[in-house]
Design a protein around this ligand. Structure first.
Ligand SMILES: *[C@@H]1O[C@H](CO)[C@@H](O)[C@H](O)[C@H]1NC(C)=O
Ligand SMILES: *[C@@H]1O[C@H](CO)[C@@H](O)[C@H](O)[C@H]1NC(C)=O
Ligand SMILES: *[C@@H]1O[C@H](CO)[C@@H](O)[C@H](O)[C@H]1NC(C)=O
Ligand SMILES: *[C@@H]1O[C@H](CO)[C@@H](O)[C@H](O)[C@H]1NC(C)=O
Length: 281
């Protein structure tokens, strides 16, 4: 009996690996909930209800917690995932305006950007040992490339900077020329960055900032806070509370996946390498 179960798990794990670039789960936040979107079935379910602006989420795949900052509550919280118990645990309190978050499970750190104090800070996964790492200009988004060990930060009105995890030398790799940018994701497979500016241009560059190209323009000026890149597709939220996907090939037409009732404030993709977790849910 036990052998059969083990065998079954092995087969499942194997299948998961083979299809990992096509399957997975996307989490997205709105003002009143964190939602789970199944890429295969396109099923949308409420993961937990809450009522705060959540501009970013990240996953500690080692200890299995989703972390997110709450801009107006001035804190960072986490909940177990996957789990039936999504009770929020407070990690760190009394912040000013936390917007971006990134977890480095290897070193046991969380990084966050505070939009109001213009700071990048780091602490341990339990909230201890807080360190201010640098002062920036309007830092809104932070994403880590865990494979190649790079930090990418979007300074909303300035550009994208890149540094090693010790933040010793920060290099500016993209200057925003026209509109501000509210969202960004990394495609570690193809070594590219994807972002959306306030004019609705979904833009991409290599991860050294070269080869900038526009993938798609919504032609609607708005805050585009939510973007996530999976396989051949870019998932994003628009000004009409919709979750959409568009192919990375420039000039492709987007598909509406879901009409929500609130603006989508952030998207987090759960199918990065080493995150074969769906079989445990
Ligand atoms: C969508 O999710 C709901 C709730 O978990 C479930 O009852 C339903 O069967 C799912 N539908 C599909 C098509 O997977
Ligand atoms: C759910 O998780 C919270 C936070 O970890 C914990 O305090 C609580 O006891 C858990 N509830 C159940 C029913 O397990
Ligand atoms: C961005 O602009 C600054 C100031 O003009 C300049 O020094 C820097 O080289 C530019 N960076 C890129 C990647 O174009
Ligand atoms: C979203 O709403 C539009 C109308 O506003 C409708 O045409 C479309 O079918 C809806 N899409 C989904 C996936 O529900």
């Amino acid at each position: 009996m036990e052998v059969q179960i083990l065998l079954c798990l092995c087969v499942l794990l194997h299948c998961q690996k083979l299809t990992s670039s096509f399957t997975g789960t996307i989490l997205y936040s709105t003002y009143n909930a964190i939602m789970e979107f199944d890429i295969d079935t396109r099923n949308v379910t409420v993961l937990l209800e809450q009522s705060e602006y959540v501009y970013a989420m990240d996953y500690d795949y080692k200890n299995r917690f989703i972390y997110f900052p709450r801009y107006n509550t001035h804190d960072i919280v986490r909940f177990a995932y996957p789990s039936k118990n999504t009770t929020l645990q407070t990690v760190i309190q009394s912040l000013s305006g936390p917007t971006g978050i990134a977890v480095d499970p290897t070193n046991g750190h969380i990084y966050w950007t505070d939009y109001n104090t213009n700071r990048l800070s780091r602490c341990n996964l339990d909230g201890n040992n807080v360190n201010v790492l640098s002062s920036l200009n309007s830092p809104l988004v932070i994403r880590l490339d865990l494979t190649n060990r790079w930090i990418y930060i979007v300074e909303r009105f300035l550009g994208i900077s890149k540094s090693r995890f010790d933040v010793a030398k920060q290099q500016n790799i993209v200057n925003f020329t026209s509109a501000r940018v509210d969202s960004m994701d990394i495609d570690t497979d193809e070594h590219r960055l994807y972002w959306i500016n306030g004019e609705g241009d979904i833009t991409s560059s290599k991860d050294d900032g070269s080869d900038v190209k526009t993938i798609h323009s919504t032609n609607v000026a708005a805050n585009y806070f939510a973007i996530g890149v999976v396989g051949s597709y870019i998932y994003y939220g628009n000004a009409y509370n919709q979750l959409l996907m568009v192919s990375k090939t420039p000039g492709s037409a987007p598909t509406v996946l879901y009409n929500d009732t609130r603006r989508i404030e952030s998207i987090f993709v759960l199918n990065s390498p080493g995150m074969s977790i769906t079989i445990f849910s």
